[in-house]
Design a protein around this ligand. Structure first.
Ligand code: NAD
Ligand code: UDP
Length: 312
């Protein structure tokens, strides 16, 4: 049956793909976003659909609307963006979660939190399982995001225990694809833009640090499957692609796929940059029957096509 679904952060990279997928399933979608890092251009194509509504609103302030389900994706996600105004990042994570959880409580609505692999910090356990509590610096440059997201997880579990609210937490590992912002500083968008313009490819550190990259369509399928679970399935559940690559491997692959003349250069490693990341996705496989299907090479090709035709 069609539902009315609120997507907070709906005009961002992941949010816009989620709004699209939910509309395709026949739902009504209310996209709430303050356009801090999102863009109207991500949702222009949805504005003519009478089942889609955009509300410009900052989730750090209360919101009064009616809906059946809530996805909370509102938060800047790239280190460059979330470090620009760290106080606002914490407020968005914490006050945003409190406001949306309060809304869910009044409506008895299911609510899903887009958490992150950053809750594991610089992990001492590899690959990362949900039971691992993480290794996070509480006062470093990444802490506004990492600790903000950890506190949001705490709030979700408190509302579940105390108010019996149907809460769900997914921990998203690095996700990429069309509609990433060209200048958001994330590694995939940086390398593709640099390669397309034959500029130097900037590897931070020695390039041996690893990440696992999930294509956006795989991730969105996982979010929707998680929301469809019963109230007993609260998570946290890791969502990501277990394929693990060094940044050097990523740079070489991007150069090959773009046929670029770019050279690789090495730049200083940012503070507290995690050395390795790979999700253990056994829980997602078992509880959601979910696994990613798009390998890095194929996902990068689609992403490069998007950047080549949209970001001159
Ligand atoms: P994004 O920056 O493109 O999207 C975030 C959206 O939230 C933007 O549209 C932004 O304008 C909006 N927003 C920010 N602060 C807000 C506020 N106070 N009120 C209302 N809206 C606000 O980033 P994304 O990659 O689409 O990430 C979406 C969510 O997924 C984030 O919560 C992020 O932490 C999480 N996540 C993403 C990744 C990834 O690799 N993309 C990985 C882990 C977690
Ligand atoms: N990185 C890099 N060059 C860049 C941008 C990022 O080598 O131009 C590295 C960064 O230091 C990190 C990895 O790529 O080790 C992933 O960075 P990103 O900001 O995309 O995500 P996160 O660190 O949050 O996983």
């Amino acid at each position: 049956m069609a539902k009315r679904i609120l997507v907070a952060g709906g005009s961002g990279f992941l949010g816009s793909h989620l709004c699209e997928a939910l509309l395709e399933q026949g739902n009504e979608v209310i996209c709430v976003d303050n356009l801090y890092t999102g863009s109207k251009s991500n949702i222009y194509h949805l504005l003519d659909d009478h089942r889609f509504e955009f509300i410009r609103h900052d989730v750090t302030f209360p919101l009064y609307i009616e809906c059946d389900e809530i996805y909370n994706l509102a938060c800047p996600a790239s280190p460059v963006h979330y470090q620009r105004d760290p106080v606002q990042t914490v407020k968005t994570c914490v006050h945003g979660a409190i406001n949306l959880l309060g809304l869910a409580k009044r409506l008895k609505a299911k609510i899903l939190q887009a958490s992150t692999s950053e809750v594991y910090g610089d992990p001492a356990i590899h690959p990362q399982v949900e039971e691992y509590w993480g290794n996070v610096n509480p006062i470093g440059v990444r802490s506004c995001y990492d600790e903000g997201k950890r506190c949001a997880e705490t709030l979700f579990s408190c509302y579940n225990m105390q108010c019996n609210l149907a809460t769900k937490i997914v921990r998203i590992f690095n996700t990429y694809g069309p509609r990433m912002q060209p200048d958001d500083g994330r590694v995939v968008s940086n390398f593709i833009m640099q390669a397309l313009h034959d500029r130097d490819i900037t590897i931070f550190g020695d390039g041996k640090q690893t990440r696992s990259f999930c294509f956006v369509s795989d991730l969105i399928r996982g979010l929707i499957r998680m929301m469809a679970t019963g109230p007993e399935c609260t998570g946290p559940v890791n969502l990501g692609n277990p394929g693990e690559f060094t940044m050097l491997e990523l740079a070489e692959l991007v150069i090959e796929l773009t046929n670029s003349n770019s050279k690789i250069i090495f730049c200083p490693l940012p503070q507290d940059d995690p050395k390795q990341r790979r999700p253990d996705i056994s829980k997602a496989e078992e509880l959601l029957n979910w696994r990613p299907t798009i390998p890095l090479r194929e996902g990068l090709q689609k992403t490069i096509e998007f950047f080549a035709s949209n970001c001159k």
